[in-house]
Design a protein around this ligand. Structure first.
Ligand SMILES: [Zn+2]
Length: 221
């Protein structure tokens, strides 16, 4: 072996490769768990601000829908932070799947996080659009399993009554962020991004935050 140090090094490297792969895979899917949940007996709410860094492709920022200066990923992150502020001082512990637009947050890590911390409720927040049609308005709420249905209906009702955004429908959807989440979970398309009435209600009032807070309180009480 002394004569062939390269071969020796290569074999060492090959031996190390699976370990590298394992570490890398583990890292990529590791949910954000910087919370001491053992000491906290409150019910756990996971809010997922849709899209974000590395959502679908590693190293690539997914802004979701964009229009003029508006970016879906930014707007839903702001909404999620406000919801957290409104609920955190109460009997609920709110965990966000992502806190900024720079930390990687792969889509699979979101349901993983909810399950890992034994969430009581999971809501993924989004904004909608359809082929640049500005006339379409309203929320759309998606559920994936029967256990999610009541939560989805409640979100639709509250967004209608409190945020004044009518519901287009509550429907089944095979969304990845809802896949195998143990607790009740729903994907909330709050309203239509290009619709002036919807976007004004979303951006210029806090009706959406109040509606989501009410949904969580109603569901978990
Ligand atoms: Zn979205």
């Amino acid at each position: 072996m002394k004569k062939y140090p390269i071969i020796k090094n290569i074999s060492k490297f090959l031996f190390f490769l699976p370990t590298l792969y394992f570490l890398n895979t583990k890292e990529a899917h590791a949910p954000n768990t910087e919370y001491n949940l053992n000491a906290d007996t409150r019910k756990i709410v996971v809010i997922d601000p849709g899209h974000g860094m590395g959502n679908r492709v590693e190293g690539w920022m997914d802004w979701g829908k964009t229009y003029l200066e508006y970016k879906e990923a930014e707007i839903v992150l702001e909404k999620a932070k406000k919801i957290k502020n409104m609920l955190d001082s109460t009997k609920y512990k709110v965990i966000l799947t992502r806190k900024d637009n720079t930390t990687p947050c792969p889509i699979e890590s979101r349901p993983e996080l909810a399950n890992k911390i034994k969430a009581d409720i999971f809501l993924s927040l989004h904004l909608n659009d359809f082929k640049n049609w500005k006339s379409i308005s309203g929320s759309e709420i998606y559920w994936r399993y029967e256990k999610d249905k009541d939560l989805a209906k409640l979100a639709a009702k509250n967004i209608n009554e409190i945020a004044n955004i009518p519901n287009r429908y509550v429907s089944w959807g095979e969304y990845l962020m809802l896949k195998e989440v143990s607790c009740p979970a729903a994907l909330v398309e709050i309203g239509y991004f290009l619709n002036e009435q919807d976007i004004n209600k979303i951006l210029k009032t806090n009706g959406v935050e109040k509606a989501i807070v009410k949904t969580i309180e109603d569901y978990l009480k």
